[in-house]
Design a protein. Structure first.
Length: 259
């Protein structure tokens, strides 16, 4: 399913999107399949499945630990695409990874592997928008969305480029720094949501871990929320993981449904 189609369905129901991140292979490929299924049962609308890289510069300690567990478990790009192909999801699936892995595999091969395995979008946090033209062209040719990030520090010139070229949704970084669950919603988040004027859906990530935080962000004008560290924390604990993933997803999903 294309990302735009999912957002259109949710808008018709007056719902925001819950996008969940976990790292593929954390701690095993078999576990990934079980955990994705649990998240979908809990109401997740889009799965963001990380392809682990040894130098994840945008990620905080929690997701770094998940990435290391996946690498230690033997996750590779080839195994990643085999794992994704076996999921058979009926919701959009996004790969989040770093440009080194895409470049090493070859841009065209990477994007074609995404399309063949059912991936609808790509997030590359260390690829500057101004240098993304080659990848963007290949993504468009293969009907895979290249999703750009916007931060509170994004300049107006870069913002114009992102809003003109971005597809699927615009990823709004809720706060400066790396990923990680927080206890509050930064005041700059609401300002950023208002600043980003586009018909493309806006989804906010970095720091969201509760239904109340999700509700605040949707009420501020976002179309979706992205939750990663809170889910990866559960996986890292190794305790009742599928049940706890489903429960947390259910709680946060309630927060993105308008009353």
């Amino acid at each position: 399913m294309r990302i735009a189609e999912k957002f259109k369905q949710l808008k018709a129901k007056n719902e925001g999107a819950l996008i969940a991140y976990i790292c593929a292979g954390d701690p095993t490929p078999e576990g990934t399949k079980e955990y994705v299924t649990a998240l979908v049962r809990g109401g997740v609308d889009i799965i963001e499945l990380g392809l682990p890289f040894s130098d994840p510069v945008a990620d905080g300690p929690t997701i770094q630990a998940g990435i290391q567990r996946a690498l230690d478990g033997g996750m590779t790009p080839d195994l990643y695409f085999r794992t994704v192909s076996s999921l058979k999801l009926h919701i959009p699936l996004i790969v989040m990874t770093y440009y080194n892995l895409i470049f090493k595999r070859g841009l065209e091969k990477f994007v074609k592997d995404c399309a063949a395995s059912g991936i609808s979008g790509i997030i590359v946090p260390d690829l500057p928008p101004e240098e993304s033209g080659d990848l963007l062209q290949i993504c468009r040719k293969n009907e895979v969305d290249l999703i750009y990030l916007v931060a509170p520090t994004t300049t107006e010139t870069r913002m114009e480029h992102i809003l003109a070229e971005g597809a699927g949704f615009i990823y709004l970084v809720a706060r400066l720094g790396v990923t990680g669950a927080r206890s509050d919603v930064a005041t700059s988040t609401g300002e950023l949501i208002k600043r980003v004027k586009t018909a493309t859906p806006k989804a906010v990530g970095f720091g969201i871990s509760t239904g109340d935080q999700a509700a605040q962000i949707i009420h501020a004008g976002a179309d979706g929320v992205i939750v990663g560290s809170a889910f990866v924390n559960i996986i890292g604990s190794g305790q009742d993981v599928p049940e706890r993933l489903e429960a947390l997803a259910r709680e946060i999903k309630k927060g993105v449904i308008s009353n």
